[in-house]
Design a binder for this molecule. Structure first.
Ligand code: FPP
Length: 259
């Protein structure tokens, strides 16, 4: 493992990660699923540091889905405890490194012992400009789309929006993710599964997808750099031709200004 960062042609502005495989990592070693989540939290620390160092502008981590509430009570409790511990223990590092913490998801469902340190750290870091760390908590892509549809219907009923004017841009402006985050450029999923699992459903329309067989506890600095290298070799066409894209410059990427 090395902290060296090779030169990359382009960097994604916004990287999302489906952190999968904690349970399988633990079970394959004769450990409890909870041990896998503990090691998964270590990977979160490593990958946040690596993303900040490399110059990723926004990192969204799918930490707890709307469906994860249906897991065994003990596992949900352990994940909530782990989140609380992460927020308390990482507070100083997040603030010292100029990281802005934000969330997407139905965070009102979180227990107060998670919500309180979350809200406090979001407020304390709100003016930071270094990198945005977004935790997707109690988050579901379908649920967020349904919420946007509800809000849009209310706006239409109130006469603020003409239904004839609703297009993808108008709809997107009602999505919580679009209110706080730039478009998603790269989606990474660990653990060898090839699906989106109700993460950023709308946002993945033109995101690059990167799948790795590594379990989340095995994913660190080098694995993030590998994913970024793969991204930098892709050509994003957004429905256009290669010639058009080469003439205009790719959207959603920035030249990697790495030191
Ligand atoms: C998926 O692995 C992982 C989760 C449902 C939770 C993700 C949580 C962490 C990485 C740790 C805590 C997070 C933070 C931000 C401190 P899985 O349990 O579905 O694994 P499996 O598919 O192998 O069973």
């Amino acid at each position: 493992m090395t902290d060296d960062v090779p030169a990359l042609r382009t960097l994604p502005r916004h990287v999302g990660i489906i952190m999968d495989g904690n349970g399988r990592w633990a079970r394959s070693r004769g450990l409890e699923r909870e041990d896998g989540h503990e090691r998964g939290a270590d990977s979160v620390r490593t990958v946040v540091r690596a993303a900040r160092k490399v110059g990723v502008e926004v990192l969204t981590l799918f930490a707890f889905s709307s469906q994860n509430w249906d897991r065994p009570h003990e596992e949900v409790f352990h994940l909530m405890e782990l989140l609380r511990r992460y927020l308390v223990q990482e507070r100083a590092e997040i603030l010292d490194n100029g990281i802005r913490l934000t969330t997407v998801g139905d965070t009102k469902r979180l227990p107060e012992y998670v919500r309180a340190p979350l809200i406090e750290l979001m407020a304390a870091s709100a003016q930071n400009q270094g990198m945005t760390l977004c935790l997707a908590l109690s988050y579901g892509g379908r649920e967020m789309i349904a919420k946007a549809a509800r809000d849009l219907c209310r706006a239409a009923i109130a006469g603020q929006v003409n239904p004839d004017d609703i297009n993808p841009e108008v709809f997107e402006s009602y999505l919580d993710s679009a209110k706080v985050l730039p478009p998603l450029d790269l989606l990474i999923r660990t653990s060898g599964e090839h699906r989106i699992s109700n993460f950023f459903l709308w946002e993945t329309a033109y995101a690059e997808l990167y799948f790795t067989d590594k379990q989340w506890p095995e994913f660190g600095h080098d694995e993030l750099v590998e994913a970024l290298q793969a991204y930098s070799k892709r050509e994003r066409r957004f429905g256009m031709t290669s010639e058009q894209v080469r003439g205009s410059g790719a959207r959603g990427s920035k030249a990697a200004g790495l030191d």
